[in-house]
Design a protein around this ligand. Sequence first.
Ligand SMILES: *Cc1c(COP(=O)(O)O)cnc(C)c1O
Length: 478
Amino acid sequence: MSDSIDPDGPSLESVSHASTGESMTAMHRISEETVAAVDGVLDYARERVLYADVPLDFPRSEEELRAEVGATITAEGIGAARATQLFGEVLAPACLSVDHPGYLSFIPSAPSRSAIAFDLIVSASAIYGGSWLEGAGAVHAENEALRWLASEFGLPETAGGVFVQGGTVGNLSALVTARDVAKRRRRTQGLPDPDRWRVICSAEAHSSVASAAGIMDIDVLPVPTGDDGRLHGEQVAEMLDVHPDSVIAVVATGGTTNFGIVDDIASISEITREHGVWLHVDGAYGLAAMLVESMRPVFAGVEHADSLIVDPHKWLFAPFDACALIYREPEHGRRAHTQEADYLEVLNGPAQWNPSDLAVQLTRRARGLPLWFSVATHGTDAYRAAVEHGITMAAFVADEIRRRPELSLVRDPQLSVVVFRREGWKIADYQAWSDKLLDDQIGFVVPSYHHGEPVLRFAIINPLTTPELLTRILDTLA
Ligand SMILES: *Cc1c(COP(=O)(O)O)cnc(C)c1O
């Protein structure tokens, strides 16, 4: 290298004190300005985390936002005070608060205050969560949380996994692993790959399964469900008879997003074990219900899963975004996902637990830490009680609906999702009602569809969602 230095070129001295030096380090130096920026942000965050009454807020149009916010990306910067103010006064109020107790659409999120606060520490600590070499302490804590979940689901102590961005990435990563296992097996048997690989799931499975199959260029075999809405082992066996050599996995859903229906995992797991096919349980929303003792029988068979997912950002009170992906034998995930590159060799020594090796990702935030901190802080009993609240509230709403002649249940709730109709209403009536509920800042409940019929759907996660609030919303349907 020294040969290539131009003796007439800039000296090291002149490089570090070049005219741009001051502005070059301005963002990283401790100065009055950077301290004020940090204080401003932390003050804002502290206030938001401790809101007694979270505002529900409204979405706004692009035009309105552009007009009010103006140009924020400029050569000189607009300064922390101005940017924080714009966020607090214009941008944040144009985002729905998913932790509002009346936010009942889709699957809400209701992170504990301690989990949200700890997310700030995760950011402040500059941790690379992809490898043991770089993030041992964080990975250890994440693994504690994963081990707790795995034991709740009845998986062996050797099970392990990684927190990925969400259920979609979790399902994709698990299916990539399942295909890798199927391919290796056929190779050891001296067999070629089939023309197409396939995955079996219920017709009610989450859209992310089809999305993963699309990315992987494999086929989905959706099994229509009967009246109970559940996939059973018998139907899986029939499907496997038609496609004996090409199925990489069966996906059982542990709580459908639409209805909270749990597939018959026990009978499905009997068939997958008999046929030597990978069983993946998609419990992104519902598997958290296993923390409640009385719900455990509903999930019988989960203990036989080869892989499973559950989203802490749904019913485990962690902030976006986190999905726990757990393998019965993590080595399968490692074989499928470890990235090989010269610059990564140093990380891939024996006995290193590298979260990056278990899913489709490399760089990762230690996004499991807010869950770890929240469970470590409050204990598992508090978690069980908070999850049970959603189930209790769903049963309460179902009873209220049965008592009201203008309302009827589409199906009895199993977890914390309630789907029902307002007799005589068309989609326009539902939409007008939904808009008014949001305008009045009472709740966020968008119309949904069931077999082409417009319906309403409550998904209840938030421990601050009270019977009074739910009754008040139902009253507006009278
Ligand atoms: C939410 C959900 C997903 C997708 O999870 P994301 O975190 O949104 O990517 C997958 N499966 C089920 C059953 C879900 O409820």
